[in-house]
Structure formats: C-alpha cells, structure tokens
Design a protein around this ligand. Structure first.
Ligand code: FMN
Length: 211
C-alpha cells in the first residue's frame, strides 16, 4: 500500500541520501587514490663496490631481505653503474663497501662525490627524506668496518637522508680474512636483516606520507 511521506520522513530520507553520497562527492574528481588502488612498490637501491666478491655476496643477501617484505622491490647495481634515475627514483638506498685502509673504498667515495658532480643533489637536497643504510666487509675483525659504515651513513646524513641500521648497530658487516675467511651464514643473515629493516621502514614511510 502506498503511504504518503510526511514532511519529517521526507527530511529523513534526504538526510540518509546525502550521507550516502557525501563520501563519493569527496573522492570524485579530486585526483586522490581510492582505497582499492594498490600502493606503488617502494624501491630500494642496493649498490656496492667489490673487487673479490665478498661485498657483492652481502649485497645479494641485502636484496633477499628487501624482497622478503611485501610492497618492496630491489635494484642491485655496482656504484659505478648507478644512474641519476636509479638514485632519484629510489625510496631507499643501501650502500656497501669493502674496508680500504679503515674507511670506505675510493670507488664508494667517488660514488658519493658524484651525487653532486654528476647528479647535482645540492643545493636542493634531492636525496632528502630517503631512507639510507650501510654494509661493509673487511679482512680483519677490528680494522675499520664500523668506521666504513659510519662514514657511509655520515655522507647520507649530510644529504638529509633518514638513516637506519639493521643486522648490526651501524648496519651489516662481515670479516673475510684470517681466522674468519669468506662470508658465513650469520653474516649473510645480518645482511638479509638489514635489507628487510630498510624495506619495512620505507613501506612505513610510504604509508605515513599517503595519509
Ligand atoms: C687496498 C686495500 C686496503 C684494505 N684495507 C683494509 C683495512 O684497513 N681493514 C680491513 O679489515 N681490511 C682491509 N682490506 C681487506 C678488504 O676489506 C677485504 O678483503 C674485503 O672483504 C674485500 O671486499 P671485496 O671482496 O668485496 O672486494 C683491504 C683491502 C685492500 C685491497
């Protein structure tokens, strides 16, 4: 049976319709991502110098760690092959070096210098707020691995990046000569943990910035 609407019930009906349509009006035409759209993958650039393969093995384990995080992808490149696009499209950069005379190798230092000479990061601080992390391999137990990681992190801090650790207090490291030749499973696990932490933080940053 048809019942004529009273003024009050008409008002209620209009109110309900408005409440249903309001979220659609907010979303439409604003260009905002809808909840159904998947977030783009965060990009983690893992880059390194390696002459005899030790630092390269650690780099590969870092990549494994990155790939274990849902929502993250990794790009693995030697420092000399990194392009401006690789650098600037990355959400996070993990840099690895062998210890040379208790510090990062010349190739890795040149890579950082090229951020300015080739890629012009300053004065706009183009790396600002990207995540950064470090790893290192050294022949001896105590002969520069931590300094190497800290000088890598210092270069990142100077670029206003957000540095994180993982695997060890300053990043992941391995001893490769003397009583501890090559890279053992614990060191590879530390490198993987570093990659995982970097990717997790990068994903958290992405979620935070899209709120
Ligand atoms: C020029 C040079 C200097 C080095 N200086 C150090 C050093 O100061 N401390 C150290 O622990 N190892 C030192 N090493 C050993 C390397 O750091 C170590 O073998 C490293 O794992 C090599 O990495 P790669 O296999 O990725 O090239 C040096 C090696 C070279 C070639």
């Amino acid at each position: 049976m048809f019942l004529p609407l009273t003024s009050i019930s008409r008002l209620c009906l209009i109110g309900v319709l408005f409440l249903c349509a309001f979220p659609l009006m907010l979303g439409s035409g604003s260009g905002e991502a809808t909840v159904d759209e998947p977030a783009p993958l965060v990009k983690v650039l893992v880059t390194y110098h390696s002459l005899s393969g030790n630092t390269e093995r650690m780099a590969e384990a870092v990549v494994d760690g990155v790939k274990s995080v849902s929502g993250a992808e990794a790009l693995l490149k030697r420092v000399g092959k990194v392009t401006a696009d690789d650098l600037f499209s990355a959400d996070a950069v993990v840099v690895g070096s062998p210890v040379y005379w208790s510090n990062m190798s010349g190739e890795v230092k040149t890579f950082f210098d090229n951020w300015q000479f080739k890629f012009g990061v300053f004065p706009d601080f183009k790396m600002k707020n990207k995540i950064g992390a470090a790893f290192a391999t050294g022949g001896q137990v105590s002969s520069g691995k931590e300094i190497t990681m800290l000088t890598i992190l210092a270069a990142m801090l100077g670029n206003q990046m957000i540095v994180v650790s993982g695997g060890g207090a300053f990043g992941a490291s391995a001893t490769t000569e003397g009583d501890s030749p090559g890279i053992d499973n614990k060191e590879l696990a530390d490198a993987k943990a570093l990659g995982r932490r970097v990717a997790e933080v990068a994903v958290m940053m992405q979620r935070g910035s899209s709120r």
